[in-house]
Design a protein around this ligand. Structure first.
Ligand SMILES: [Zn+2]
Length: 262
């Protein structure tokens, strides 16, 4: 036998054993929040998942005994009013793109699933100017006419980086977001997703920002972090989300949902 055959056989056995081990591990306990951006037919890249793959994701979640919860379910859990079911999943969409209505909503409705959309309120009815893009965002009428399984929350006002902004700028931005939604009579859950997932990393500065959010009406805020959230202690202003990307394969999606990013 050639000398190089033995290491190849050993490596194959080790890889197969690891795959088997991970497949048998139960899903990590806690609740997970999935973060999507664009859903479009036949397009998969960093920020866009194809509608075909999105459908596949939802089918997998249902068949694998994950419980899809709404933003209100999480709100009630954080307020200690109710317990979350095991293996809860909250599906979220950033930026309130029109392609959510065109391509994600029909799939969610077919599967009778709730979801939450984070709205950058300065750009309602406009385009993703913060990216110098031309992607249309839902207008106020569309946001107001979404079915009840879709709940809205704040993705700040001007899609600025809260991790690199002065606290008075952050406070003005949150105030503007709340006032915009209220002036347009758009109902929302008082949750906030940090644009770019960014927040002050300095503990004292973050503490001050948390006080600002509390003094406004914000009850919980979402970062990225790619981990499963614990049920206790309840994470309120640093809820982690799993970044669901179109350029990762289905196996990577399943692993991420089950354990978070390894
Ligand atoms: Zn965004």
């Amino acid at each position: 036998m050639e000398a190089y055959i033995i290491p190849i056989i050993l490596a194959t056995i080790i890889i197969a054993a690891l795959c088997y081990y991970f497949a048998l591990l139960p899903a990590r306990n806690g609740f997970r929040v999935l973060m999507y951006h664009h859903i479009k037919p036949n397009q998969n890249d960093g920020l866009c998942v194809s509608s075909q793959n999105f459908e596949k994701h939802l089918t997998y979640l249902t068949q694998s005994n994950y419980h899809i919860i709404s933003g209100s379910d999480l709100y009630n859990h954080l307020k200690s009013k109710s317990k979350l079911p095991e293996n809860s999943v909250l599906i979220t969409f950033d930026d309130a793109y029109q392609n959510f209505v065109d391509h994600a909503l029909p799939v969610l409705n077919n599967n009778k699933m709730p979801a939450m959309v984070f709205v950058p309120t300065a750009y309602i009815g406009g385009v993703n100017e913060w990216d110098h893009g031309q992607e249309p965002l839902m207008n106020a009428d569309t946001l107001k006419s979404l079915p009840t399984n879709i709940e809205l929350a704040i993705h700040c006002h001007k899609h600025i980086n809260y991790g690199a902004s002065m606290l008075n700028v952050v406070e003005d931005d949150i105030t503007s977001a709340e006032r915009t939604l209220e002036s347009l009579y758009i109902k929302y859950i008082p949750f906030l997703a940090y644009p770019y997932g960014a927040f002050p990393r300095h503990e004292k500065t973050f503490g001050l920002m948390k006080s600002i959010m509390k003094s406004r009406k914000i009850k919980a805020a979402f970062r990225i972090g790619n981990k499963i959230n614990p049920l206790k202690p309840k994470p309120k202003y640093l809820i982690k989300r799993l970044d669901i990307r179109g350029d990762e394969n289905f196996l990577a999606f399943k692993r991420k949902v089950k354990y978070g990013k390894l």
